[in-house]
Ligand binder design. Structure first.
Ligand code: ADP
Length: 171
């Protein structure tokens, strides 16, 4: 088994429950809280998170910003804004790749040893799940091959489709 494989794991769970250094949020560009995983994270972290996010002046698509985890077990939340799928000719792939890469860069800057990613853009934003998973895994593997941190990356799937896709790709 190569080095990076020992540093990647897959679980089916609610990301707000995880006891990791940082979780990633699939946020919107206003960092205003919303549906899906974003709503779950805001509910679990408490109202202090909304206040912290309101001070960040939003976040462009493909970029990421960090806050504390507040009431979450995780110390940090890295908020990244995935692309809305518009058919595939609007830079969606590059932007999604940038979400993973930028989140990992911010994790390194904050000395994060364990980080959990949800399946960014594959819910309300409609990115095709298999392609999103391939891109997420490739971006994470490339990053881990070049960086000591984070020591551990966890892909957190919530729906069966995504879990089955990741399970197959990570075999
Ligand atoms: P986006 O707008 O980026 O598509 P969504 O929140 O709609 O974001 O969906 C992204 C992914 O998050 C989906 O695959 C969805 O199943 C998953 N998800 C929803 N709630 C949770 C949760 N509590 N923990 C982990 N993943 C979740």
């Amino acid at each position: 088994m190569t080095n990076y494989k020992r540093r990647i794991s897959l679980i089916k769970d609610d990301i707000t429950k995880l006891n990791v250094n940082a979780i990633v949020n699939a946020a919107n560009s206003k960092l205003a809280g919303g549906g899906g995983v974003d709503g779950a994270i805001h509910r679990a972290a408490g109202t202090e998170l909304a206040i912290a996010c309101s001070l960040l002046n939003g976040c462009p698509t493909g970029d990421a910003k960090i806050t504390q985890g507040f009431k979450l077990p995780a110390k940090y939340i890295i908020h990244t804004v995935g692309p809305v799928w518009r058919g595939g000719n609007s830079n969606e792939r590059e932007l999604l790749e940038s979400c993973y890469k930028t989140s990992l860069d911010i994790a390194v800057q904050n000395n994060v040893s364990s980080i959990a990613f949800p399946n960014i853009s594959t819910g309300i934003y409609g990115f095709p799940k298999k392609e999103a998973a391939e891109l997420a895994i490739k971006t994470v593997v490339d990053f881990l091959n070049k960086n000591q941190l984070p020591e551990e990356v966890i892909f957190v799937c919530f729906d069966d489709d995504n879990y089955n896709i990741y399970n197959e790709l990570l075999k």
